[in-house]
Design a protein around this ligand. Structure first.
Ligand code: GTP
Ligand code: MG
Length: 339
């Protein structure tokens, strides 16, 4: 009987999820030919909403898409789309699809209002060894288990620092009594070598999310800024860096909304001489400037406690108070700190 209830719930959930996005193939019914649709897909645009989210200029930059075609594509997608305005009630209905992924620590989940949120970017930053990469690894496993509002899914992990270790996933899987092979098979891994490569990989990610709808639930980028720091140096290249960064973040934001997935990014810190001068308690701040500050929906700072203990603090969130939570880094990944 209980099984029946679960099965029914799953069915209704799947039905709802099915309609979450409109496939770009629908454009065929509105006079756009298959070849052009293919061109859009190869640029990582796979849904009607994806077209809405892309400027005319950017569509025009796709090889083989002329200005006249851009107009036609925009017009056709407008016919298929709702105009963009919803009542708050309708919007709240839409946000009902939003789910939360557990971090492995109840205390940290509580701080986050239930865990890492879908349709949003969650950023953690902190000094080295504060647990950013360990949290990323833990999320690879917890995402696969039923969470708040969904029943588990696959993960994409983009690694810019070469610190991803599949063996850590095995140890974390053991903690939750999960099969190693299955857990590792559900994590799609890519190493990014340059900031450009990092951005290009997102086209592939979007295509994958589209190809296997409702299967992927989390996209991790560990870390978001490392390659930008290498590829752009000095004040002279800062404006260029921020522009490229903005493009990457905008892409991440769109992917999170378009495919209803969580986006989890890690970030580094820098000494802020200005803050030190003003005798602030913590003269360190996340890098990435205003561009990153505005892109992240929720920002969490991590700092070291004693031994394996770490302290997380809400740095910026639209709906969470500025509280703190304590957790521990264990062999089985992120967990509650023992009393
Ligand atoms: P950077 O990337 O260097 O900025 O640091 P980070 O914040 O990503 O740190 P990371 O997540 O790599 O955390 C490193 C901490 O996790 C260290 O204190 C390690 O001792 C601890 N750690 C790593 N693996 C294990 C493990 O298997 N068991 C335990 N108990 N701790 C671990
Ligand atoms: Mg790390």
């Amino acid at each position: 009987m209980a099984d029946q209830v679960v099965a029914d719930n799953e069915m209704t959930m799947d039905d709802e999820e099915e309609s979450f996005f409109q496939d770009i193939d629908l454009l065929q019914n509105h006079g756009i030919n298959v070849a052009d649709i293919k061109k859009l897909k190869s640029a990582g645009i796979c849904t009607i909403k994806g077209i809405q989210m892309t400027t005319r200029k950017k569509l025009g930059n796709i090889k083989g898409i002329s200005e006249a075609k851009v107009d036609k594509i925009k017009e056709a997608s407008q016919k298929l789309c709702d105009p963009g305005f919803l009542t708050a009630l309708e919007y709240s209905e839409k946000r009902r699809h939003c789910f939360r992924i557990s971090t492995g620590s109840d205390e940290l989940d509580k701080l986050l209002g239930g865990g890492i949120e879908s349709m949003a970017i969650t950023e953690v930053f902190g000094e080295f060894r504060t647990g950013k990469t360990q949290l990323s690894h833990t999320l690879c496993v917890t995402t696969q288990m039923p969470g708040r509002g969904y029943h588990g899914g696959k993960v994409v992990f983009i690694d810019t620092e070469n610190t991803f270790r599949p063996d850590r996933l095995r140890a974390i899987a053991d903690r939750f009594n999960l099969d190693h092979t299955a857990v590792l098979d559900n994590v799609l891994y890519a190493r990014a070598y340059t900031s450009e490569h990092q951005t290009e990989l997102l086209d592939f990610v979007a295509a994958k999310f589209h190809e296997e709808p409702n299967v992927f639930k989390l996209l991790i980028v560990d870390s978001i800024m490392a390659l930008f720091r290498v590829d752009f140096s000095g004040r002279g290249e800062l404006a260029d860096r921020q522009q490229k960064l903005a493009q990457l973040l905008s892409r991440l934001q769109k992917i999170s909304e378009e495919y209803n997935v969580g986006v989890f990014i890690t970030n580094q810190m820098t000494a802020d001489p200005g803050a030190a001068m003003s005798f602030q308690a913590d003269p360190k701040k996340p890098i990435g400037g205003h561009i990153l500050a505005h892109a992240s929906t929720t920002r969490i700072s991590l700092r070291k406690g004693r031994g394996e203990v770490r302290i997380a603090k809400i740095y910026d969130s639209p709906d969470m108070p500025e509280n703190e939570a304590t957790f521990a880094i264990t062999n089985g990944g992120i967990a509650d700190a023992k009393e």
